[in-house]
Design a protein. Structure first.
Length: 460
């Protein structure tokens, strides 16, 4: 009787075989174990299989009696986004979203320097062991695959992805790219599907802005459709809109310029306003000029205030619509002057009352009247308040003088121009003078001559 041991090519399985056994010969377990030891099989031995082999021997048939432990290969590296918002997708502990589960349709606004994601390294895996007790190395996982797009960078240690600007986080799952865009494009309307828009960059709306909704951006805003009784505000840039139907509820505001094809019944605030067709029953306040693009621009009704110039092809209408125009003063300077004057009067009145209290205190002191400590403290506070109010009054008077000097210089540079017609019903104010158009005037320029508003011819 011969007993032999063989192994698989990868040395992960061991087999035992019996040959040349006589009919009456039995297989002894101790002898089998000696053969196993001589073959140096030491790991993953199945003793039950060996016992079965001894009790039910089958000639010339290999029996598996030992298994090695396969190695566990390492996991691939991957990207885990750090998201501070609740998102409608599967999340893991710590409010993290895996790259594969990233919510592409979710607008996620990030800040400059914000950590966007962690790059988790691949793991080494767990080594296995063959039937000889030898280690079997595991395969390390692959590095995370990610392509950095615009406005993102790796941290110094390479473990994080950092935003280099404010904007919207964009991820292309197919290409594995990550970037931060300074542009937000809305393909359709701003409505209940999109919600209000708040963005630190540039916003482009391909559709309309529905009533009651708000589009607010740090940069420029461009709206290809109609703004309907909604609010559009650019904190640092320009606003360009096809048309506005404000219904006396809308607001268009820009730090720089507003450009509209037409606008109806809306409030507009900007540095300059440019319009191409009709400006109808609007309330406009600009720190520079209101300009109708030459051709068919008409300013009808409403109240328009500009620091330098108001110009259009037609101003007013042949129906005599009341149209109020004012130039020669920055509307915000005018408001500041108004507030300063009111505050100065309040401060003067308060100062007189405090002076009276201080005089009473000094009179009591001179008479030698004993003043309780709490009264002494009250008088001390009164004196400090008086000093602060006098300083405030001095500052406000200086500011008022500065603004009034600006207004004095501005009034002679201001003008109202009707390139084709200024209609009856237009009221014009330049500095402190008023002008009422009692008849229609073709091609006219209104200017201030130091005493009154004069109407001259337009030769443009």
């Amino acid at each position: 009787m011969d007993i032999s041991v063989t192994t698989s090519p990868d040395r992960m399985e061991a087999y035992i075989r019996i040959t040349n056994r006589l009919p009456e010969e039995s297989v002894d377990l101790d002898k089998v174990m000696e053969v196993v030891r001589n073959a140096k099989i030491v790991h993953g031995i199945d003793y039950d299989a060996l016992k079965f082999f001894c009790n039910e021997p089958i000639d010339n048939t290999p029996v598996l009696f030992a298994h090695g432990d396969l190695p566990k290969n390492g996991e691939d590296g991957h990207i885990v986004f750090e998201i501070a918002e609740n998102v409608a997708s599967k999340t893991t502990a710590g409010n993290r979203v895996d790259f594969r589960e990233f919510p592409v349709q979710k607008r996620i606004i990030v800040k400059n320097g914000q950590k966007l994601a962690s790059i988790l390294p691949p793991t080494d895996g767990t080594p296995g062991r063959n039937v000889y007790g030898e280690p079997v190395s595991a395969k390390k996982g692959n590095e995370a695959k990610v392509t950095l797009g615009k406005n993102v960078a790796l941290s110094e240690d390479g473990s994080s992805i950092i935003s280099m600007t404010e904007g919207i986080l964009k991820v292309d799952l197919e290409k594995g790219t990550i970037e931060v865009s300074e542009y937000l494009e809305i393909e359709g309307d701003v409505d209940y599907n999109t919600g209000n828009i708040e963005f630190p960059g540039i916003v482009i709306v391909k559709g309309d802005v529905k009533p009651g909704f708000v589009v607010r951006a740090k940069g420029d805003i461009e709206i290809n459709g109609i703004v309907e009784a909604a609010t559009v505000i650019s904190l640092e840039g320009n606003v360009k809109i096809s048309g506005v139907k404000g219904k006396d509820k809308g607001l268009i505001k820009a730090k720089k310029n507003v450009h509209v094809k037409y606008a109806e019944a809306v409030t507009i605030e900007a540095e300059n306003l440019y319009f191409e067709a009709n400006l109808l029953n609007c309330t406009v306040r600009v720190t520079n000029s209101i300009i109708g693009i030459a051709g068919h621009s008409a300013l009808m009704g409403g109240e328009c205030v500009a620091a330098i110039k108001i110009e259009a092809d037609e101003i007013g209408s042949n129906f005599g619509i009341n149209t109020y125009l004012e130039v020669g003063i920055n509307p915000y300077i005018r408001e500041e002057i108004k507030l300063l004057r009111a505050q100065i009067e309040i401060d003067k009145t308060s100062i007189q009352k405090l002076i009276s209290i201080v005089k009473q205190y000094k009179a009591l002191k001179e008479k030698g009247v004993e003043i309780p400590p709490e009264r002494e403290e009250q008088f001390s506070r009164t004196t400090k308040t008086l000093i602060n109010l006098r300083n405030q009054l001095e500052t406000n008077l200086a500011r008022l003088t500065e603004l009034e000097e600006k207004v004095q210089k501005m009034r002679f540079d201001s003008q109202i121009i009707a390139r084709k017609m200024l209609y009856q019903g237009v009221e014009a104010v330049i500095y402190n003078s008023r002008y009422y158009a009692e008849t229609a005037l073709p091609k006219v320029v209104l200017k201030y001559d130091g005493e009154k508003i004069i109407a001259g011819g337009y030769g443009g």
